[in-house]
Design a protein around this ligand. Structure first.
Ligand SMILES: Cc1ncc(COP(=O)(O)O)c(C=O)c1O
Length: 402
């Protein structure tokens, strides 16, 4: 008896890693159902509602019947608004026809990887990393080459290991991925690191796939956008989006910036998959870029205070070494001493903390193929200060009880 054709799905799909924190969030949901007060540091989105005027604009567009297909690359006013925003903010020279609007930054990144990574190509990925970069690389038949960040200790945090990146380049290297500000570590790589990375890419003729989705979540440090380099057009494909900055994760709106010739080619791939980003969501996107900066600033101030609370509380826990994130809404503390003392691995730590104290943290192994996952955990501070304090108190009780 043959297995039915619907079951003979390609192995490459089976091998994909799905939503990484799923087991922890599923377990958290079960515990909540049983009446436990779970504190979830696993969240990857702002806990703020989408600002009202953005919601109103989407409603207006719907009321006006703006519900048909749009241009594949997005409505002209949104492409222009994105170019204007980037140019004003980063002193760049992006043109509207270099912008492709996509259903989320993920879709933009998918276009970028699909356009350049062929079977056998190597893609250099600083580790730890956001999970989709290696997964999509493998899906396309490419090979992720992980280069661990340098862990400089609690005060200094993480740096790109530029020498190792350079030494990892082979004749098969197609691209280097850079996510800045960096999920999961909260690092903001410096202007010097970004310039040097571009220099390496230029010297070795390698593409840089840039993901700056957290570019508004910068609290300290000298953030330098890759789109502000003069010669970005030859070396950079740039992804960003609305999910985090405007608290619009479920709306699915992002964009890719690439040179014009590439943009028009990539619309051929986009039209074969999603045709266009949702029409009325694009209208809301124009409004978001034009009118939201007061609410964004307020949100970022709140996040900065939350970061301080989280870092201060974590620093009181013995054995935990924590770098004060410069960006994103995550901290990535090193708990090596705690794990040694408890004699457990980081996944057991996360599971037991959830079972016994009802606190979700994500083990670094979800983000890393190297040593930089085994002794770190990621905590999101996209929740209120009181919850943060309560959650870290429980973590401290869990760790110090022994
Ligand atoms: C580094 C990074 N890139 C991209 C995304 C996805 O963004 P979007 O919701 O726009 O697809 C996320 C979301 O968590 C992220 O952390």
């Amino acid at each position: 008896m043959h297995s039915p054709p619907t079951m003979s799905i390609r192995n490459i799909i089976d091998a994909l890693r799905g939503e990484t924190g799923f087991i922890y969030t599923a377990k958290a949901r079960e515990l909540s159902k049983k009446g436990f007060k779970v504190i979830n540091f696993g969240v990857g989105q702002p806990d703020f509602p989408t600002p009202k005027h953005i919601v109103e604009e989407a409603k207006n567009a719907l009321d006006k019947g703006f519900t048909g297909y749009t241009d594949v690359a997005g409505i002209p006013e949104l492409r222009q608004a994105i170019a204007d925003y980037l140019n004003e903010r980063y002193n760049s020279d992006v043109k509207a026809d270099e912008v492709i609007v996509t259903p989320g930054a993920k879709a933009a990144l998918f276009l970028a990887f699909a356009a350049y990574v062929k079977p056998g190509d190597e893609v250099i990925i600083p580790d730890p990393s956001y999970y989709m970069y290696p997964e999509i690389t493998k899906f396309l038949g490419g090979k992720p080459v992980y280069v661990p960040l340098k862990w400089m200790g609690g005060d200094k945090g993480f740096e790109l290991d530029l020498n190792s990146i350079e030494n990892s380049i082979t004749s098969r290297t197609r691209a280097i991925v850079v996510n800045n500000p960096h999920n999961p570590t909260g690092a903001v790589f410096s202007q010097r690191e970004m310039s040097k990375l571009l220099e390496i890419a230029m010297e070795r003729n390698i593409l840089v796939i840039v993901d700056e989705i957290y570019d508004n979540f910068v609290y300290d440090g000298d953030f330098k956008s890759f789109i502000s380099f003069n010669n970005w057009r030859d070396y950079v494909v740039y992804a960003n989006g609305f999910s985090k900055t405007f608290s619009m994760t479920g709306w699915r709106l992002g964009y890719l910036v690439v040179r014009k010739e590439v943009a028009s080619k990539l619309t051929k791939l986009a039209v074969n998959i999603w045709t266009c980003a949702t029409s009325f969501v694009q209208k809301a996107g124009v409004k978001a870029l034009k009118n939201s900066w007061d609410s964004v600033r307020e949100m970022i101030e709140t996040f900065k205070r939350r970061r301080d609370v989280m870092v201060n509380e974590l620093r009181k826990v013995s054995g935990v070494e924590v770098f004060k994130s410069k960006g994103t809404f995550y901290v990535y503390p090193n708990i090596e001493k705690v794990l040694k003392k408890m004699g457990i691995d980081v996944e057991t730590f996360a599971n037991r903390l959830l079972d016994e104290k009802h606190v979700v943290v994500l083990p670094g192994t979800l983000f890393s193929e190297t040593e930089l996952g085994k002794t770190f955990i990621r905590l999101s501070f996209a929740l209120g200060e009181e919850l943060i304090a309560e959650g870290i108190k429980r973590l401290r009780e869990f760790v110090e009880r022994l």
